[in-house]
Design a protein around this ligand. Structure first.
Ligand code: 5GP
Ligand code: ZN
Length: 122
């Protein structure tokens, strides 16, 4: 498990910064976004410090397993957090990557947004 001592999401993983948890296992943590854009807005992160989606490595079986697991967790956690079922309900998944992608926190995270519109953005 890689940790970056200056990373706020690594601090959330270790518990030094509190978060409202949605899901946790040995590899993955999901928690509510502190500044939600939608009625339901949480983040899913790998516990290990990967700076962004740009570092996702197809040749690393750990990365492939982690990204597969995070993606497959999205519908389960969205329903758990109150998203209405597809297709009337559903959700949006967003992975901001780099400056042009609008990334502010450089620890890979999947935004999951759901709930009745309008939303604050988008
Ligand atoms: P980005 O722009 O990097 O994709 O999004 C980072 C997200 O992390 C933002 O939506 C922001 O509200 C959220 N965030 C930043 N700091 C914290 C924090 O300390 N706790 C939680 N729960 N969310 C945070
Ligand atoms: Zn980190």
């Amino acid at each position: 498990m890689i940790k970056d001592p200056s990373c706020i999401f690594c601090k959330i993983v270790e518990g030094t910064i509190p978060s409202k948890k949605v899901y946790e296992d040995e590899d993955i943590l999901a928690f509510h976004d502190i500044n939600p854009w939608a009625p339901i807005h949480f983040l899913i992160i790998p516990k290990t410090h990967i700076p962004s989606m740009a570092q996702a490595n197809l040749d690393d079986p750990e990365h492939v397993a982690l990204l597969g697991k995070i993606t497959a967790l999205v519908p389960k956690l969205a329903l758990q957090e109150g998203a209405a079922p597809y297709p009337e309900g559903g959700f949006r998944v967003m992975v901001n990557t780099g400056n042009h992608g609008g990334q502010e926190v450089h620890h890979l995270h999947f935004h999951v947004m759901a709930g009745p519109r309008p939303w604050m953005r988008g």
